[in-house]
Design a protein around this ligand. Structure first.
Ligand SMILES: NC(=O)c1ccc[n+]([C@@H]2O[C@H](COP(=O)([O-])OP(=O)(O)OC[C@H]3O[C@@H](n4cnc5c(N)ncnc54)[C@H](OP(=O)(O)O)[C@@H]3O)[C@@H](O)[C@H]2O)c1
Length: 323
């Protein structure tokens, strides 16, 4: 079958199309006929060999951790009624950029009628993660929330979920296209953090006090500046480091400022809750209450271009492969 393989660690060009053996479902597994493969930012860091949070895959590897499609052949002990159902599946860290992928039956989530497979893929895992972050930050109606990388996969959903929780939202991102999108999603303000005075602008927009909640997925100087403007008594929630550098906050300083830091470790506790969050976020989307933003799609053969779009920061919302 056709698949994309990373032949070594490096730039997007290490992703090359080719043929790999057909996967076979072992007991407790199914084969998914893949229609859509999701891509997350961290998968570009894994491919580059710079990610610190996941085991390095053995080379060569087929990238892609999330697929959507129809269930094909099922393994021994699997209820045959799964065959033909529309599902989203976590396939682990690898294996998704292919015509078929194997998943454990407990990692299948049925896609509700009325929701397309691309939309379901855009919502899982970004939407499940965003829902978990919003729950963890305990947003109160009327609070100000700052979302970094607000035009990205997780960011566009954080903006919508924070608004739905009754917050006033400042979306921060780079460039006019992303800021227009952030406003269109209902943010009360959109700020460009490539402007050196961006944090002062956030403070001004929030009436001088700063945001009560910050969602930091960027880290580096942007994450640091966002911490500096977090309101006394606020929550600073860390979920990633797309800049390459995690925001490190001295606990004594956070204590003095009265800011609760909800560290990246929060993600480790998400695992058992992801299925429930995925179902919740998909039914919210099927009901039209939130909108997955699919900014660009690529055919399987152009996986390298898809990764390049994400890394070059030109991608809006979610980037998907259509197979
Ligand atoms: N997707 C998930 O399920 C998931 C789960 C757990 C954690 N996370 C974390 O959440 C964050 C967002 O993930 P995502 O998959 O939704 O990615 P994304 O937001 O779609 O893409 C990353 C964004 O980071 C911003 N950025 C800032 N500095 C950057 C730099 N130096 N290089 C590249 N990008 C930079 C870019 O937006 P601007 O150009 O607007 O700055 C870019 O759009 C990441 O830190 C990721 O590790 C994601």
């Amino acid at each position: 079958m056709r698949a994309i393989q990373a032949t070594r660690f490096g730039g997007p060009e290490v992703l090359v199309p080719g043929e790999v053996p057909e996967p076979v479902a072992a007991p407790g597994q199914v084969v998914v006929e893949v229609s859509v493969a999701g891509i997350t930012f961290v998968e570009t860091q894994i491919r580059r060999g710079v990610d610190q949070w996941h085991d390095r895959p053995a080379l060569p590897y087929v990238p892609g951790g999330t697929v959507a499609g129809h269930v094909g052949p099922v393994g021994e002990d699997v209820d045959p009624s799964w065959s033909g159902r529309r599902v989203i599946a976590d396939v682990g860290e690898t294996g998704g950029f292919a015509e078929r992928a194997v998943a454990a039956v407990e990692d299948l989530i049925p896609v509700p009628d009325g929701l397309g497979l691309p939309e379901a893929t855009a919502l899982h895992t970004d939407g499940s993660t965003a829902l978990g972050l919003v729950e963890g930050a305990r947003i109160l109606p009327g609070e100000w929330v700052l979302v970094e990388a607000a035009g990205g996969g997780v960011g566009t959903l954080l903006v919508q979920l924070a608004r739905a929780a009754g917050a006033r939202v400042v979306g921060a991102a780079r460039g006019a296209r992303k800021l227009d999108l952030v406003r269109e999603l209902g943010a009360d303000a959109a700020v460009d953090y490539s402007d050196p005075d961006w944090a002062a602008r956030v403070r001004q927009v929030t009436g001088g006090a700063g945001p009560d909640v910050v969602f930091d997925g960027v880290g580096g100087t942007i994450g640091r500046a966002a911490f500096e403007v977090t309101a006394a008594g606020g929550r600073f929630s860390v979920h990633g480091a797309s800049s390459g550098q995690m925001t490190e906050i001295d606990p004594a300083l956070a204590h003095r400022r009265g800011v609760e830091v909800i560290g990246i470790e929060q993600l480790f506790g998400f695992g058992p809750k992801m299925r429930g969050w995925a179902e919740q976020v998909m039914s919210e989307a099927a009901a039209g209450r939130i909108r997955p933003i699919i900014g660009q799609t690529f055919p399987l053969e152009r996986a390298a271009d898809a990764h390049a779009a994400i890394e070059s920061r030109s991608a809006l919302g979610k980037t998907l492969l259509l197979i």
